[in-house]
Design a protein around this ligand. Sequence first.
Ligand code: ADP
Ligand code: MG
Length: 244
Amino acid sequence: MTNIIEVKHFQKRFGQKLVHKDVSFAVRRGECLGLIGGSGAGKSVILRSLIGLERPDDGEVWVDGTEITHLRERELLPVRKKVAYVFQNGALFDSMSVYENLAYPLREHTRLSEDEIRKRIFDQLEEFGLQGNEGVFPANLSGGMQKRVGLARAIIMEPDVVLYDEPTAGLDPYNTKRIQEMILALKAKGKSAVFVTHDMPSAFAVCDRIALLLEGRIQAIGTREELESQPGGRIGRFINGEEL
Ligand SMILES: Nc1ncnc2c1ncn2[C@@H]1O[C@H](COP(=O)(O)OP(=O)(O)O)[C@@H](O)[C@H]1O
Ligand SMILES: [Mg+2]
């Protein structure tokens, strides 16, 4: 199976509004697929649907060979171990130190000993340049550091797929670069990813292909070169920040 994720004819309505008319795309194994589109296009709903936090009204979502839209909560647990969702704001627990935040999923979902947990956390912090922050509470971290710790926590369970929801939004160039490096390091380990963003330089830096979600459909999908050479120029204009 070359595709780790397949979304087929995804349709979803909120009230009167048909947000997703017919969304289809696939993520290849080991690929980082960018997902771009204006605010309200439906990108976050798609990401949440990949771990069963939302369900389409119609269509299919396949994760590593399993169709997940009809699974029960309990049946979704293995999917959520395989696929990590990095929340927009990092979603750290305010009352816990960085160390406790990273330990939490390991204590909840694995049988690792405290020594093993400690090793995994220190390895992870060091790998992402976060060492020395283990005793700090989220409120005392900058926004950029919170996002980096949030990402470190999301992947501490060693998922196969990582879903990033605007991980660089609002970040300064230094932290944006650090996040890009984290994403590239995970890609080098063979992880697959979906990267939702408005930050085109980051998308170009980390994505193998980019998909444009607009008006309820994937209007185009391909490498930067393929998208920029599309006839009509609409896609090229979108990714260059021009009005359509
Ligand atoms: N739980 C919800 N209830 C009502 N409307 C929702 C809900 N979630 C999303 N929507 C609507 O669906 C559209 C797409 O949302 P979203 O996926 O968050 O967009 P994006 O991430 O592309 O900015 C928005 O117009 C939003 O108002
Ligand atoms: Mg969103």
